[in-house]
Design a protein around this ligand. Structure first.
Ligand code: NAP
Length: 684
């Protein structure tokens, strides 16, 4: 059932976005609206698991995982990516258009082979208007034409703003590269963007580019200094920590700290290493420690406030192919959750090998960038070149707290509210009452209102509208609140209620007995849903309902429904939690100016223990000194999703309102995004 729904979603993304007159092509780009956000490259290769044709070890597997996780490209179907498939010029325009954040386009494309309102329409207009992709000749765009490798590289180069590259082209078939593509291919080669595409140093410029290769190019572009990511010096607070027993690693660490304007910390052993300790193959101290994976040489002193650092460069010498065990001591001494670690090592002969990746488990909550080995005596300029090519996380600014997703959803974190398309303001955190009945319900709603909650979600199907109404009336009196201060959502149910909507709507109003309802939703799609919605529209005209919405409506259902009604829904309430994220559906709904609200934010009863106990979530919670529930709710808010956790526990209810004094970093958001299992916790 899950995969069927997902399939229908994939097909429907395009249709829905046509309705919105925004470009949202189904096969090539997910509906996610992420642009060139700079995030550390922490692709979780297991995330390609959904694609049966992307083996974990494939050279492009990381790139596909990255593009998928960042909403840049999605599968060709629910289960396949088709890495060997080709990409048309319109598809490439659409991928880059989405990467640029889908800016508003004023005019339709003016090519003989393009149609206004087609799925690629905005993307093609944008690409042509910004000289990213020019015409194909004869007044056409070449919508359905494949893209060659040199064309694709040139298009990406233009997208990057035609950057300079003075390096000679280092491929054996350089002579075959067209003159107009030379600068672009040189730039791509110098910035590692052709990684994996130059087998035996042949670039094959005239060969059609494949989907896996495009994913790889975009992945390497976004992780290179050639992308629009900020330079490292602009990043958050950085620490260069190093261990140097013989002073070989020390100068590199000092260069790095100087280049990065970072703090420098030397990992000093409590018991310093003598020359004899370091003598190889003597069964001396270093030999013994390296042979014992549990060895943890003690460190003298420590980093004063590790919490201040977002980025840690970690330098060490290579001892018997690995990092000295004192590096393990260091990594186990602090909480690196949400931080970015960049290892570097010095070695006279061997490479960094597995010495860096073997450290990952010691700080699994961190995002690890690929490590780099340097020879002893490496120059400052070599270190500088390395650092300037790294994809370090974006600086922590106020903007991080309110991500592009949040601002797109129109969330105001000051007022803790969002203005709906109906013109009414709605709080962005509330209380769900699904399982609350009788006195428990009255007390919980009153407790929520006393804790500052101003949004209550009920439904005729919950059988508790009377209790909710009673609690609101009592709280208004006891707390001195006005009716307008409180936002009540209720829902009518499929079957007999939607078959007799006027009666069902009036019954909700009567049971709540609050004068009017702030918002009424259709609880599920139903054969009478249009008729029921049209009845709700009449109640809006009469001032008995203020805003309308839908629940359990996904893209396909919306696509069919919207043309049949007059008032665009203000809200869609769907299942959303870290194990079922709907990352593609959410932005598509938001593109329509509809607010997204998540039900089962904590996984729903029976699933909360697993979700709240999730290692990643509890690690992040610990780092911020908050609860797992607060991390999940904050993650939702930063994604632009309104939260309505259910609770009958006054402490939990209050805790669930305390979501505005901390913010999750981009890396932490990415870590939670990577938990998605497409695992629905209820059937609808
Ligand atoms: P939920 O919010 O995901 O989880 C509720 C559970 O989490 C309760 O067992 C609650 O226990 C616990 N909890 C709440 N806050 C906590 C905290 N801070 N720490 C630890 N545990 C905490 O599930 P839900 O209430 O079923 O769903 C939320 C709301 O969504 C519903 O109430 C309903 O309004 C709506 N909903 C809508 C639909 C739909 O089809 N439209 C479907 C389902 C739900 P305690 O009581 O002990 O705090």
């Amino acid at each position: 059932m899950k995969s069927l729904r997902f399939l229908s979603f994939t097909m429907a993304v395009c249709m829905l976005c046509l309705l919105a007159l925004t470009s949202c092509p189904a096969a090539e780009v997910s509906a996610s609206d992420r642009g060139l956000e700079a995030e550390p490259l922490a692709a979780d290769t297991t995330q390609t698991a959904g694609f049966s044709d992307v083996p974990a070890g494939a050279w492009y597997a990381d790139a596909i995982a990255y593009c998928q996780q960042h909403g840049i490209m999605s599968g060709a179907s629910a289960t396949t990516f088709e890495p060997e498939g080709t990409l048309t010029r319109a598809m490439l325009a659409a991928v880059l258009y989405r990467m640029s954040g889908s800016p508003t386009v004023s005019a339709p494309p003016a090519f003989a082979d393009t149609a206004a309102g087609a799925w690629y329409s905005d993307a093609v207009s944008w690409a042509a208007g910004n000289s990213v992709i020019s015409g194909y000749g004869g007044g056409t765009f070449g919508v359905n034409e494949p893209t060659t490798r040199e064309q694709a590289v040139t298009i990406l180069w233009r997208y990057a703003g035609n950057p300079e590259s003075g390096t000679a082209l280092d491929v054996s078939d350089a002579v075959s590269v067209s003159t107009w593509a030379q600068a672009a291919v040189r730039w791509a080669d110098a910035n590692g963007i052709l990684e994996g595409m130059t087998e035996n140093r042949r670039f094959e410029p005239k060969t059609n580019i494949k989907r896996g290769e495009i994913a790889s190019m975009l992945y390497h572009y976004l992780s290179s200094a050639g992308s629009s990511q900020p330079g490292p010096a602009a990043g958050g607070k950085t620490l260069v920590a190093y261990f140097s027993a013989t002073n070989t690693t020390r100068p590199l660490a000092e260069y790095a700290a100087d280049i990065l304007s970072a703090d420098l910390y030397e990992i000093v052993p409590e018991n310093p290493y003598t020359e004899a300790d370091l003598a190889y193959y003597t069964n001396g101290r270093a030999d013994r420690e390296q042979n014992d994976s549990s060895a943890r040489p003690a460190i003298s002193g420590g980093v004063e406030s590790m919490a201040d650092y977002d980025v840690i460069f970690l330098g060490y010498p290579i001892w018997h192919g690995q990092a000295p065990r004192i590096i393990s001591t260091f990594l186990e001494s602090y909480d690196f959750t949400g931080k970015t670690i960049i290892p570097f090592c010095t070695s006279h002969s061997s490479g960094i090998g597995s010495s860096d990746t073997n450290l990952h488990t010691l700080a699994s909550g961190a995002s690890w960038l690929a490590g780099r080995r340097f020879a002893g005596g490496t120059s400052r300029s070599t270190v500088e070149d390395w650092i300037s090519g790294l994809a370090l996380p974006q600086p922590e600014t106020e903007v991080d707290a309110i991500t592009s997703a949040t601002s797109k959803a129109g969330f105001n974190f000051e007022t803790k509210s969002v203005t709906l398309n109906s013109g009414y303001e709605m709080p962005i955190n509330g209380l769900g009452t699904y399982s609350l009945h009788g006195e428990t319900c009255v007390n919980s709603v009153k407790s929520a209102l006393a804790s500052g909650v101003r949004l209550i979600d009920t439904a005729s199907a919950y059988g508790n509208e009377e209790e909710v109404g009673q609690a609101v009336r009592e709280a208004m009196e006891e707390l001195g609140l006005q009716r307008e201060d409180i936002f009540i959502i209720t829902k009518i149910y499929p079957g007999s209620e939607m078959a007799n909507p006027e009666q069902a709507i009036q019954a909700c109003l009567d049971r709540l007995d609050l004068g009017y309802v702030d918002m009424m939703l259709l609880h599920h799609p139903d054969r009478n849903d249009v008729k029921a919605y049209q009845a709700m529209e009449k109640f809006v005209e009469d001032g008995k309902i203020r805003s309308l919405g839908l629940s359990n409506w996904y893209v396909k259902e919306l696509e069919e429904f919207l043309p049949q009604v007059t008032i665009t829904p203000a809200l869609v309430q769907n299942e959303i939690h870290p194990y079922y994220q709907e990352n593609d559906v959410i932005p598509c709904i938001q593109d329509l100016g509809i607010v997204v609200q998540g039900w089962y934010p904590l996984g729903g009863r029976g699933h909360t223990a697993e979700l709240l106990g999730d290692e990643v979530i509890s690690g992040i919670a610990q780092a911020h000194g908050v609860s797992s529930a607060q991390v999940i709710l904050r993650w939702n808010l930063q994604k632009g999703v309104v939260v309505i956790p259910g609770s009958s526990n006054p402490d939990h209810i209050r805790e669930n309102t305390e979501l505005y004094d901390f913010k999750l970093t981009e890396a932490e958001m990415a870590q939670i995004n990577a938990l998605d299992r497409n695992e629905k916790h209820d059937w609808y």
